[in-house]
Design a protein around this ligand. Structure first.
Ligand SMILES: [Zn+2]
Length: 366
């Protein structure tokens, strides 16, 4: 039941204290949760408004791979689109996003302002010249890749490296050697930053894992024999499956050169098994939507269809993703970002499209 509809609206200049009671995931413990000053308290707070009792409380959803503010591929980030995308994320319960590279540098207010999710960003994606969308990213000579990776990681905390791309022969291939990928990873880590690698080829995936990067983005054609090593190192896999699924019809027409067509079709065909095998091998699999903007909840459901349990698929877009990005779940002193459902969303993941209540930065999202 819902009470206190006025909650979340500042009264007397402040945000009201909130109280919720429900089953808290992932622990599945029934408890009271209080919120004040943007922070979760597990100790009672006097004067709190009860906004929900019953149901399930889960840590705010996380999209670990999205590109908000994109109006057109190749163009800089559009501020109006950025605001609209951020607000849409929040309404859907996505209180934290990771932006692994953007068309231009994200404005400092994005990720800070109320009404928007928290943001982990990777600056401009680093690629070799011609090795990414025209007009996008930091496309440099091969010798400059490690330095550019270090600069982006140093400035943002993350670097995104594009290690394979469409080639001149109407195919798709690695754009840099494994040695360069390894040097870039070392350079990025040398700044204290982390590195995410875009790869959709076996060679690129191999280079990324051998370079011990923090995440493999997309991972299409990733060799399964690398999965044990990924699990041991802690390299996460972000399969962005719903984007591949949505692209499938336009990649399966005569206008697409045969080599590209079979590269995409065979990659997509094995993607589900790859993700299930990765999960079974102990690789951290996380939910990301990429571009064109997909739906995080659709991606979570795809992960479950691929073979993750509903619990683990939900975690891939919530508590596990938060932990991986260094954000706590529903704990005492944690940022007050959480989503409330009337029933256990793990019993039917379609429920994720209908949160009862979203709390972000300690306030009810209206
Ligand atoms: Zn992307």
């Amino acid at each position: 039941m819902i009470a206190g509809h006025e909650a979340g609206h500042p009264r007397g200049g402040g945000t009201p204290r909130l109280r919720m009671r429900g089953t808290v995931l992932p622990e599945a413990v029934v408890r009271d949760v209080w919120v004040a000053d943007g922070t979760i308290s597990l100790d009672p707070l006097p004067g709190a408004v009860t906004v929900h009792t019953g149901g399930y409380l889960i840590p705010g959803l996380v999209d670990v791979h999205c590109h908000p503010g994109t109006v057109e591929v190749g163009l800089p980030v559009d501020d109006d689109q950025l605001l609209a995308d951020g607000a849409a994320h929040l309404r859907a319960g996505t209180t934290l996003i990771r932006v692994p590279g953007s068309g231009s540098r994200l404005p400092s207010w994005f990720g800070e302002r109320p009404g928007l999710p928290r943001v982990v960003a990777a600056g401009l994606p680093v690629a070799v010249e011609g090795g990414f969308f025209p007009g996008w990213g930091r496309q440099v000579g091969i010798d400059d890749v490690p330095r550019a990776a270090a600069e982006e990681a140093g400035a943002s905390g993350w670097c995104k490296l594009i290690v394979d791309w469409f080639d001149d022969d109407a195919g798709y291939a690695a754009t840099m050697s494994a040695e360069v990928v390894a040097a870039a990873a070392r350079a990025a880590r040398g700044t204290g930053g982390r590195i995410a690698v875009h790869t959709q080829s076996a060679e690129g995936g191999h280079a990324a894992v051998k370079a011990r990067v923090d995440s493999v983005e997309h991972g299409m054609h990733l060799p399964t024999e690398l999965l044990g090593e990924m699990a041991a190192i802690g390299t996460a896999l972000v399969p962005t499956a719903t984007v591949f699924t949505s692209l499938a019809p336009q990649m399966d027409v005569d206008a697409v050169p045969p080599a590209l067509r079979s590269w995409f079709a065979s990659g997509l065909r094995r993607h589900r098994d790859l993700v299930r095998s990765a999960h079974e091998a102990g690789v951290v699999v996380l939910a990301g939507t990429d571009l064109p903007p997909g739906s995080l909840t659709t991606e979570i459901r795809w992960l479950a269809e691929a073979g993750l349990t509903a619990h683990d698929a939900l975690g891939a877009g919530s508590w596990a993703a938060r932990r991986w990005l260094g954000y706590p779940g529903i704990e005492h002193g944690a940022p007050a970002d959480l989503v409330v459902f009337d029933e256990d969303p793990r019993s039917d993941l379609r429920m994720l499209d209908h949160p009862r209540l979203v709390v972000a930065r300690g306030a009810v999202v209206g």
